[in-house]
Design a protein around this ligand. Structure first.
Ligand code: SF4
Ligand code: SF4
Length: 472
């Protein structure tokens, strides 16, 4: 029985409900009256149900799709302004006991180079990331209770936070590790993590079990219910995601929104972020072996509809996507992107020799962080290295309250400028610095509250005098 309040995976991600939703969406895909009424409903900015959103996803009417895109762009501007938060992944270990058929870290892959960073190596990687200008990391590790037990992850988090190199600091560590116990989530919370991220991969149980034939990840319910355990363990900010290409995208889209509805119904707060990875080529993985791949246009439509359906949820896109695709979806609602990523274990401090390939997937956007920052500013976006909410304890519902209070422009906007100022002073090339100066001058005018604007100006001057880590 479908029940968003249930704690059982098969109730809140109910297969029959998804099938009915898809049938309803298909039956109504040309029902322009209904589609118009859903678009109208979306305009009140309270989000859309999985059913309504699925009808919009099924709609093929060009002019309505344009309306959806325009709405997504408007929401993006209203909720996130022109800021884009920057982060980098850091792979700690690719030892893994699971058998995921789409990931080269699966246990049966005997030729991929297995690595696990020592604390000394973590330190070197973090210094290299700080030297680029990164302040926010997402750590990644395979599941292996012997090689990467929770104690190892906790030790790495401690190491990461402890490194202060020149003016650098990692101020928020998000964690993407396998589903675990409430007790372990509590330990992660105590270690001071930001968001706990876990991709569902696919919400389709039968496919899930086939795609994860062996290892603890085979257990669909344990994996799907992980976010509830994370929240029970005190983690307020959780990040959802599916790997598009594994199953039918319409199914995944409905499942994703149902998961968000479930978190809201049970915990009173929806997901902090949603990631939208698409399957990519990797060591022994050929994406064409999966026949549910989606084209760039469908991908853009999914991004736009996520933005409309869950307006307060951040949306993340990685360097799996090319510059061109990233450029397209930035307008439609993406709020966080990675830059200069390495998807191998290590590789920031020293590039990995080709024969030692340990990468999880091939990167499509190979630019440096400076190039990405430059590119964003050329498109009039403000690259933001802000981590203020996490450090002020504005997580979970307190973060959502900030979003909904419309104060975000008086808070995120100046914080974006302050962290960009730090970046320009400490890490940027001359050319990037030049456009950045102009951008800061221009964007100061866009802080609505005059007192906040004045304080921001003062703090920018303090950063120029050598102060760091100032935020609202
Ligand atoms: S997706 Fe994660 S759990 Fe699966 S094989 Fe890769 S690293 Fe292991
Ligand atoms: S102030 Fe909070 S919500 Fe705004 S950019 Fe910074 S961390 Fe994100």
């Amino acid at each position: 029985m479908y029940d968003p309040k249930s704690l059982k995976a098969e109730d809140f991600i109910n297969h029959e409900e998804i099938e009915e939703t898809l049938a309803y969406a298909e039956a109504n895909k040309n029902n322009l009256e209904l589609i118009d009424s859903i678009i109208e409903k979306a305009k009140d900015r309270k989000g859309l149900s999985h059913r309504d959103a699925s009808v919009l996803l099924a709609c093929e009417d060009e002019s309505r799709i344009k309306e959806m895109y325009a709405l997504a762009e408007q929401f993006k501007k209203d909720f996130y302004g022109n800021r884009i938060v920057m982060f980098a992944p850091l792979y700690l270990s690719n030892y893994c006991v699971n058998g995921c058929v789409y990931c080269p870290y699966h246990m049966k892959n005997k030729h991929i180079c297995r690595k696990k960073l020592t604390q000394e190596e973590v330190k070197k990687e973090v210094i290299a990331l700080q030297d680029m200008g990164h302040k926010r990391l997402a750590i990644e590790a395979g599941e292996d209770p012997v090689n990467n037990p929770i104690e190892y992850i906790l030790e790495c988090i401690d190491t990461i936070y402890s490194i202060k190199h020149k003016n650098g600091a990692i101020r928020r560590v998000n964690v993407n590790i396998a589903a675990t116990t409430v007790e372990n989530y509590r330990k992660l919370k105590e270690a001071g993590i930001g968001t706990y991220i876990l991709f569902q991969e696919t919400y389709h149980k039968e496919s899930y079990e086939k795609l994860h034939p062996t290892g603890p990840k085979h257990n669909y319910a344990y994996h799907t219910e992980a976010m509830d355990r994370a929240m029970e363990g005190g983690i307020d900010d959780v990040g959802l995601g599916v790997l598009f290409g594994l199953e039918l995208y319409k199914y995944e889209f409905a499942g994703l929104l149902m998961h968000a509805e479930h978190l809201e119904a049970v915990h009173g707060v929806g997901p902090h972020t949603i990631s939208v990875p698409r399957i990519k080529k990797a060591d022994d993985i050929d994406p064409s072996a999966f026949d549910n791949g989606i084209d760039d246009e469908t991908f853009a439509k999914i991004c736009a509809l996520i933005r409309i359906s869950v307006p307060y949820t951040g949306m993340i896109i990685s360097t799996r996507e090319s510059k061109a695709v990233r450029e397209k979806v930035l307008h439609l609602g993406v709020s966080q992107i990675s830059g200069a990523s390495r998807t191998s274990v290590g590789g920031y401090a020293e590039p990995e020799p080709e024969e030692d390939n340990s990468a999880q997937f091939d990167v499509s956007d190979n630019r440096t962080l400076d190039e990405v920052v430059h590119w964003l500013m050329e498109m009039k976006y403000i690259p933001s290295f802000c981590t203020a909410c996490y450090r002020e304890g504005r997580t979970g519902d307190r973060f959502m309250a900030l979003c909904k209070s419309k104060q975000i422009q008086n808070c995120c906007h100046p914080n974006a400028l302050l962290t960009l100022r730090e970046y320009l002073n400490d890490y940027a090339s001359e050319d990037t610095k030049r456009i950045g100066e102009e951008l800061i001058k221009r964007e100061l005018e866009n802080i609505p509250n005059p007192a906040a604007r004045e304080t921001c100006e003062k703090r920018l001057a303090m950063i120029n005098e050598g102060k760091r880590d100032l935020y609202f």
